[in-house]
Design a protein around this ligand. Structure first.
Ligand code: UDP
Ligand code: MG
Length: 312
């Protein structure tokens, strides 16, 4: 059986087309399938429409959150409710065409545990494309595991890897990172990412930034390491400079027109203070990112709350 997980937040405009295209494409991969639509607290007609489709087709299942928890919790919920042997994750807006899935499913049937999608052409504007591309390359440098470049959550997975991911207890879930972490046999297939079928993107800039930070801070402690090294170098430099300044004060010599006994040097002092406090604040902020995540994990609240279920 094949499970499709589709997170949707205010996607009423695309729901019907999504269902029709999935149902048509499903004929190529076999009759036994289910589609789990995870309604992430939509405030439009998404739930209403989804229930209508579900009433007519028992393979269409709806999981509705009590409020908007975000895309990653929605994928997480879908993964734990899916009962298929092969599990696919796609977006509701048809940017990942269901017709492409057959290639991925076939690859999975060959014995791969994860077949992730590599985006060749993006239909977004240039600034967004540059931002994505830089981010993925930075993440690859920082992350302690090998997260493939330019691949999002669109993928097809085997039962055993989904079981591994479901068993991971962490709450701040960066799904594509957990997927790489789980290991087994993984491969990527290229595809052309389509433009959104209808409606506005539901990933706001702040949600995107949160996702990006989760990727870095949940999979790497290298930022802490880098700041530690910077602090060490600056500290050593300050120590040496301090000794020199003290020696200069005691010996009363003038270097580059500067003599500590004449209390000049306001500019250099300001520069040092501003730079040092900047570095310190940055370091503290960085610590805060980790501590905030530790705080989230210790509270141990679930990452989503299911309000309504249809066809389960
Ligand atoms: N989405 C969601 N919860 C959110 C934001 C987005 O479930 O809080 C879903 C959305 O409905 C879509 C998918 O996540 O199916 C990807 O979102 P979007 O298309 O807005 O992102 P983009 O394709 O621009 O990265
Ligand atoms: Mg989209």
């Amino acid at each position: 059986m094949i499970s499709l997980i589709v997170p949707a937040f205010n996607e009423a405009l695309v729901l019907r087309t999504l269902y029709e295209r999935v149902a048509a494409a499903a004929k190529t991969w076999g009759d036994d399938w289910e589609l789990i639509l995870v309604d992430d607290g939509s405030v439009d007609e998404t739930f209403h429409l989804a229930s209508e489709i579900a009433a007519a087709d028992p393979r269409f299942k709806v999981l509705s959150f009590s409020r908007n928890f975000g895309h990653q919790p929605a994928v997480t919920a879908g993964l734990s409710y899916a009962s298929g042997d092969i599990i696919c994750v796609i977006d509701a807006d048809l940017q990942d065409p269901p017709e492409e899935l057959l290639r991925f499913i076939d690859k999975c049937r060959e014995g791969y545990d994860v077949v992730y999608a590599i985006r060749t052409k993006r239909k977004e504007g240039l600034p967004k494309r540059i931002a994505y591309s830089t981010y993925y390359r930075l993440l690859k440098k920082l992350a302690s595991i090998d997260i493939p470049l330019d691949s999002g959550d669109f993928c097809v997975m085997s039962r055993r890897i989904v079981d591994v991911m479901n068993a991971l207890p962490e709450r701040n879930r960066f799904v594509r990172g957990l997927r790489s972490w789980a290991g087994f046999r993984q491969t990527g297939l290229r595809y052309e990412r389509q433009a959104r079928q209808a409606g506005e993107p539901k990933y706001t800039l702040s949600k995107l930034i949160k996702l990006g930070l989760d990727g870095v801070f949940s999979f790497s402690y290298k930022p802490l390491h880098i700041v530690m090294i910077i602090g060490l170098v600056l500290g050593l430099g300050a120590f040496v400079l301090g000794i020199l300044v003290l020696a200069q004060y005691l010996s009363d010599v003038t270097v580059l027109g500067y003599n500590p006994r004449n209390a000049r040097g306001w500019t250099s002092l300001m520069l040092v203070i501003l730079f040092a406090t900047g570095v310190q604040l940055f370091g503290m902020g960085l610590l805060g990112e980790y501590i905030g995540r530790i705080f989230e994990e210790t509270k141990a609240r679930p990452s989503y709350v299911v309000g309504r279920k249809v066809n389960f």
